[in-house]
Ligand binder design. Structure first.
Ligand code: KIV
Length: 274
């Protein structure tokens, strides 16, 4: 809090300056209520395109649209007071040209009020990142396992084993050199994540990568244990909300069927006396 009672917002230079310093805490959020919960604890809140799989039941992130990202971005904005907000650019809205990326990113920033956008890709996206940054659009990059390229990568496998490691290292160096303020390293081997963290001068944010990254990000539904079937191995579950929610729903259903659903008398006492 500042002296005026206003909550001090996390700024982009602060995040960029955390290289090698206090680890950066990042979680995804797609709704106002979750944004309110994470705001106090996170430095960065990511409106990830994982929203397509997590909230909309899509089989991959490929079907996510700019409109979906804007709608969820607006919801998250209403719940944040201090954390830095980053919104993903979805598949097909930035890869064609730097101009296309600028149009999409500018729309996302203007309509959601986010501080930065995230896009996937390394060497191949470096010129686009440079174009955006030079025009006032801060970019978080994302290399390693890039879910929008799931078909090219042949699944959601760990990246960076063998010769692949040099390519991913080159990707990370290229996005850093192009002006990205941070880079997500998804599902790369710990040794590669450590090499990248050493090699680039921007913060690395790991997801299933290495404890030595400059920060960590998780999909909030994964770490809260919302899903029983889908449980990525690298995710530590801090709660079992899916199991608890189902138990609560079952208890409610049982109460209704047995006609013991709490009525006004449980809240106000004996209503016949009123
Ligand atoms: O879409 C997303 O949630 C992400 C994180 C997993 C980094 O990109």
């Amino acid at each position: 809090m500042s002296g005026t009672g206003h909550i001090k917002s996390v700024t982009l230079p602060e995040i960029a300056g955390r290289k090698g310093g206090e680890p950066i805490v990042c979680l995804t959020a797609y709704t106002t209520s979750i944004a309110q919960l994470v705001d106090r604890h996170c430095d960065v809140v990511l409106v990830g395109d994982s929203v397509g799989m997590v909230l909309h039941g899509l089989p991959s992130t490929l079907g996510v649209t700019l409109e979906m990202m804007i709608l969820h971005g607006q919801a998250v904005r209403r719940g944040l007071e201090r954390a830095l907000m980053v919104v993903d650019l979805p598949f097909g809205t930035y890869e064609e040209s730097a101009a296309q990326a600028f149009r999409s990113a500018a729309r996302v920033m203007a309509e959601t009020g986010c501080e930065a956008v995230k896009l996937e890709g390394g060497v191949v996206m470096a010129e686009t990142i440079r174009f955006l940054v030079q025009r006032g659009i801060p970019v978080m990059a994302h290399v390693g396992l890039t879910p929008q390229a799931v078909n090219t990568l042949g699944g959601y496998k760990v990246q960076g084993r063998g010769a692949d490691a040099e390519r991913i290292l080159a990707d990370a160096k290229a996005v850093a050199e192009a002006g990205a303020f941070s880079v997500v390293l998804e599902k790369v081997t710990a040794s590669l994540a450590d090499r990248i963290t050493e090699a680039v001068d921007i913060p690395t944010i790991g997801i299933g990568a290495s404890v030595n990254c400059d920060g960590q990000v998780l999909v909030i539904e994964d770490m809260l244990g919302m899903f029983q079937e889908f449980q990525p191995k690298f995710v530590k579950r801090y709660a079992e909300l899916g199991r608890d929610a189902e138990a609560a729903i079952a208890a409610f259903a049982e109460d209704v069927r047995r006609r013991r659903f709490p009525g006004p008398e449980h809240v106000f006492g004996d209503t016949t006396q009123r």
